[in-house]
Design a protein around this ligand. Structure first.
Ligand SMILES: Cc1cc2nc3c(=O)[nH]c(=O)nc-3n(C[C@H](O)[C@H](O)[C@H](O)COP(=O)(O)O)c2cc1C
Length: 418
């Protein structure tokens, strides 16, 4: 973080974060992390600054030691931090912006404006809002710039899609250039697009995907923009297959999530790799876990929230709030709610009881999964939740003989065989 912040173009802002958050030697394991205010439509300046800084550092560090382009991925659904986050990533020289989990029609135009340090806006989805309600978020780079900067390179924009219709809509209706698509199938790690039509579940409670969920690549090819395939493409055979189908490449997540360089908590990583080797690795598509309402892939692992008992023992708390839904309250003001928050609180905000069932606090869980669990009153330590694609057991192909771990380069080299 220090190395990144030292290269940040606005040193006063970097120093402010450093002074406020740095604890020499780290926090004691039993101490809680400082909490921040949660994002709202008119987000406090402090949060915008942290978004700018965090995204800058993330991209800066990823760009060290090579000349290849670095992309950054956002979920459209997490709308409030978009503008400052994109600006921070662009200050860091991000080459690609990828976005799924929603319809990112307004992002290409934002990239154009931010590359010239011009004010940009983004529409916040507010449930129950009507035409005359002001739901527009505005970000003015000049309010954060401590000096003039030359225009920034406009990153390429790739929309992550799971249907032909969405690809066509993006090209027709986006407010700027869409440079390509990542076509992600329902076997991919992380969030998945729900099946089209009425949600049907199999005996294990997992969503059933059918013919209508298949993306027709011939139609995609006719659109004339580059595309990458994602979801079970982390093998030389699938890489070769995707090139043969006209793709520019593949997008791979699961294979990299377990490599030595991944920041997944080490005990989780070792435990899953042991299951992979013994043939016991299992991934479920959980249609309830994510507060977003999208199906979410969950690797089954004892001691994490995939374990019923661990899930039930967690006191419901909402203090990060990235997945909160904005809604118009009876008083006409914008409120924020999450089906993963304490049930009574959610109901008091007009939420429906059935929407709270099985919901997991992904915000706290995923932060815990990368080894930074919140500690509550010195007693309850947040538990993680591991996400992986359906091809989890396939990562055995990257494990060198007799060795319990592989490196990112092993994955890349293996894929290049294809
Ligand atoms: C641990 C993990 C986290 C992920 N997080 C995101 C995410 O935040 N946003 C996103 O669009 N995709 C996310 N994905 C999906 C990947 O970007 C990629 O499309 C997917 O993993 C490809 O399929 P595969 O898992 O079979 O390799 C994630 C995947 C994994 C395994």
């Amino acid at each position: 973080m220090r190395r990144g912040l030292d290269h940040f173009p606005f040193p006063v802002m970097a120093e402010r974060a450093w002074t406020q958050f740095y604890i020499p030697g780290g926090k004691p394991a039993s101490a809680s992390y400082k909490t921040l205010p949660m994002h709202t439509k008119d987000t406090p300046r402090e949060l915008s600054e942290l978004c700018i800084l965090a995204n800058f550092v993330e991209v800066f560090l990823a760009r060290e030691g090579h000349d290849n382009p670095v992309g950054i991925n956002y979920l459209e659904k997490i709308q409030i931090p978009h503008l400052p986050s994109l600006y921070g990533a662009m200050l860091g020289g991000v080459g690609y912006v990828l976005m799924g989990a929603g319809v990112p029609l307004k992002i290409p135009g934002v990239l154009n404006l931010l590359s010239c340090h011009r004010p940009a806006t983004y529409p916040l989805h507010v449930t129950g809002a009507e035409g005359e309600d002001d739901t527009t978020m505005t970000f003015v780079p000049a309010e954060f710039m401590e000096r003039d900067l030359a225009p920034l390179a406009r990153p390429k924009f790739l929309a992550i899609i799971a249907s032909n219709t969405l690809a066509a809509t993006m090209l027709k209706r986006a407010n700027g250039r869409v440079d390509g698509f990542v076509i992600e199938g329902p076997t991919a790690g992380g969030h998945n697009a729900p099946p089209r039509g009425k949600l049907q579940l199999d005996e294990a409670g997992e969503p059933i995907y059918g013919e209508r969920d298949r993306v027709d690549l011939a139609t995609i090819r006719e659109l004339g923009v580059p595309f990458w395939l994602a979801g079970g493409y982390g093998s030389p055979q699938k890489a070769r297959e995707s090139l043969a189908a006209g793709a520019t490449g593949v997008q791979v997540g699961t294979a990299f999530a377990y490599c030595a360089e991944s920041s997944l908590r080490d005990d989780y990583k070792q435990a899953i790799l042991a299951k992979v080797v013994s043939g016991d690795a299992r991934v479920a598509t959980d249609s309830l876990a994510s507060p977003t309402g999208f199906p979410f892939k969950v690797a089954q692992l004892e001691g994490t929230l995939s374990d019923r008992d661990v899930y039930s023992a967690r006191p419901r708390v909402c203090d990060l709030g990235y997945l909160r839904e904005a809604y118009k309250g009876p008083n006409g003001k914008i409120g924020y709610r999450c089906p993963g928050e304490p049930v009574t609180v959610y109901l008091s905000k007009g939420g429906k009881l059935e929407d709270t069932v099985g919901r997991t606090c992904l915000c706290n869980a995923l932060v815990a999964t990368i080894g930074q669990p919140q500690v509550r009153s010195g007693r309850y330590v947040e538990k993680g939740l591991v996400t992986s694609g359906d091809d989890l057991s396939g990562i055995v192909r990257f494990l060198p003989q007799e060795q319990p771990i592989y490196r990112a380069a092993d994955v890349v080299n293996k894929l290049l065989e294809g």
